[in-house]
Design a binder for this molecule. Structure first.
Ligand code: GDP
Ligand code: MN
Length: 383
């Protein structure tokens, strides 16, 4: 689960990490009064969306007067922001953070994350922080192998790599605080970029991105309360309510699959045959026919879909249950797009009978390869 920058910063602040003073607004009407209450005149205006790369995409602006600040807030609030991390459809800016502009002496990159191969948390730093971080070449890493955090020699090594002399004690204590936060809140990624050294040598978190382990949320009420469903696509949030694993993609072949691995393999095969999937959808192992019905309805809502590809390997989810859900979802409304189905496994004959009796017109494929190639040919020849 992600949270917004302003929420991540407030968490940092409550744990004695320095952040710029600021406030958020969600409507233009609040902008004027908020700007009046802020005791400074040099502002950074920041679009709050789930996704980075805002700096380069026009989602961050520094201005030196209240009037300019107001004007920029007006141009950005409610608008769609497309960055390298949002995908082509972008995200609507529904919250704007107004902060005091910090005079930056140096920008550092620091993050904590889990290294799955090494099976431990790691700290990554770069002396070249800021918006060009993807191009950066100088990264330094330290494994955290002790529950107490980094060893003193590791901290010294990072401080040396970053060329921090005056701020070394402050940096050492910052890393400790970040590590404690990382553990306490089941964080999977905690990234501060840039961590600024200001003119007075203080370390200030100018940006903060946090991602949390979904499996830990049951014990992190403070965090799960911060979740912003508005950042999800409406179909994605509907799918989430039904606990369907659904992710929108850019293509026009809708996928209905049971099992995440099978769904990934299906999408790969579609790609192999020259098609593109509209979505990733794993209905899960033990889905009921009601859940299948809901999944089919969610797929049909997406008008970009030109062909539906169903790939079901019946196991715990029996083919007859699936068939019932599919037939119920199609109900009395006519499905206009072609549906290609690869159907195998438990109760297959019963499943096939239910579908045939319903009068639903499907294209039956014997294998995944056949199903994916038919789907790709269909969309590419526009039949
Ligand atoms: P991102 O592009 O989505 O990661 O957004 P950031 O919050 O990192 O902002 C992008 C860039 O804006 C930063 O790398 C800074 O160079 C700049 N920036 C952000 N806050 C401040 C600030 O308080 N003062 C100054 N001078 N620049 C800032
Ligand atoms: Mn950033």
């Amino acid at each position: 689960m992600f949270i917004h920058e302003y929420q991540a910063k407030s968490l940092l602040n409550r744990n004695q990490i320095l952040i710029p003073e600021g406030k958020v607004i969600t409507t233009i009407n609040d902008a004027d009064s908020v700007l009046n209450t802020l005791p400074f005149k040099n502002y950074v205006i920041k679009a709050q969306i789930y996704g980075g790369g805002r700096g380069k995409a026009g989602g961050i602006l520094t201005v030196d007067s209240k009037e300019e600040a107001l004007e920029y807030v007006k141009t950005i609030l409610g608008k769609r922001l497309v960055t390298t991390q949002t995908g082509p459809s972008g995200r609507i800016v529904r919250t704007v953070l107004i902060e005091e502009k910090v005079n930056i002496e140096k920008e550092i990159y620091i993050s904590l994350t889990i290294d799955r191969k090494r099976a431990c948390p790691i700290v990554i730093v770069s002396p070249e922080g800021g918006i060009e971080i993807e191009k950066g070449k100088t990264f330094f890493e330290e494994d955290i192998t002790s529950p107490m955090g980094l060893y003193p020699f590791q901290k010294r090594r990072l401080i040396y790599s970053l060329g921090l002399r005056e701020s070394s004690d402050e940096f050492a204590s910052l890393i400790e605080k970040l590590y404690r936060l990382f553990i306490k809140y089941d964080i999977t990624l905690l990234e501060i970029n840039p961590l600024a050294i200001d003119k007075m040598g203080r370390l200030v978190a100018l940006d903060a991105k946090m991602s949390f382990d979904d499996n830990g949320l049951f014990r992190q009420k403070e965090i799960s309360d911060l979740y912003d469903p508005g950042e999800l696509d409406p179909l994605e949030s509907e799918a989430q309510k039904e606990s369907l694993n659904y992710v929108k993609m850019d293509g026009n072949i809708g996928c209905l699959v049971n099992g995440a691995g099978l769904a990934m393999a299906t999408i790969d095969l579609i790609d192999f045959y020259g098609g593109k999937a509209t979505n990733f959808l794993d209905v899960g192992g033990g889905a009921s026919s009601e859940k299948i019905e809901k999944a089919v309805r969610i797929l049909l809502e997406d008008k970009r879909m030109k062909v539906m590809l169903i790939n079901i390997f019946g196991g715990i989810l029996r083919c007859d249950r699936f068939a019932e859900g599919l037939v119920n979802a199609s109900g009395n409304k006519e499905i206009k797009i072609p549906i290609i189905i690869r159907f195998k496994g438990t109760m297959i004959e019963e499943g096939k009978r239910i579908i045939r009796d319903s009068g639903l017109n499907l294209i039956w494929a014997d294998s995944m390869e056949e199903a994916a190639s038919i789907a790709a040919i269909r969309v590419n020849t526009d039949q």
